[in-house]
Design a protein around this ligand. Structure first.
Ligand code: HEC
Length: 135
């Protein structure tokens, strides 16, 4: 009688398929498990620089942080002509690309408004009562 042999063969085949399925599932699920435990990318000062969040900051970040630190930008102060001339200088001598007029307008407005000549370059000094007491 060959039935028990066939039956054993069938069970073995099913077990093999199940083992294969389990393997595939485990392998397939691993990246998912990793993706789920990985922290979402949050915007940190390191990612976005310390640009003042005002209209146009994303464009400035996109166009002005590729070649040098954005801190080089935020440590400067100047009115619109200063920023415009700086951009022209980088375009002439530093391979800065040309901007669409609307893009340049937004960038210049942002810089002149938020990093104008009158804006403080450092935080205000601490109030006297916040200073450490000399003992
Ligand atoms: C294609 C590269 C490039 C891009 C993009 C770029 N810059 Fe520059 N920038 C330079 C180089 C090179 C220097 C000189 C760096 C140095 O002296 O170490 C510089 C210097 C500067 C300085 C310092 C000037 C000084 O007097 O020392 C400022 C401020 C500045 N860039 C602002 C900007 C702004 C604003 C943007 C966006 C509109 C921008 N940069 C985009 C290349 C670039």
């Amino acid at each position: 009688m060959r039935l028990p042999g066939d039956f054993k063969h069938a069970v073995e085949s099913v077990l093999k398929i199940l083992a294969l399925l389990l393997f595939v599932l485990l392998i397939g699920a691993t990246p998912l498990a990793v993706a789920q435990t990985t922290e979402p990318i949050v915007e940190t000062p390191q990612v976005a620089g310390s640009l003042i969040r005002a209209p146009g900051w994303e464009l400035v970040h996109a166009h002005c942080s590729g070649c040098h630190s954005i801190t080089l930008v935020t440590s400067q102060r100047g009115e619109r002509p200063f920023w415009k001339e700086l951009i022209r200088w980088m375009q002439r001598t530093q391979n800065l690309w040309q901007f669409e007029p609307a893009t340049e307008e937004t960038i210049l407005n942002y810089l002149a408004t938020n990093y104008g000549a009158g804006r403080p370059q450092r935080r205000a000094p601490l109030a006297a009562d916040l200073l450490p007491v000399a003992r």
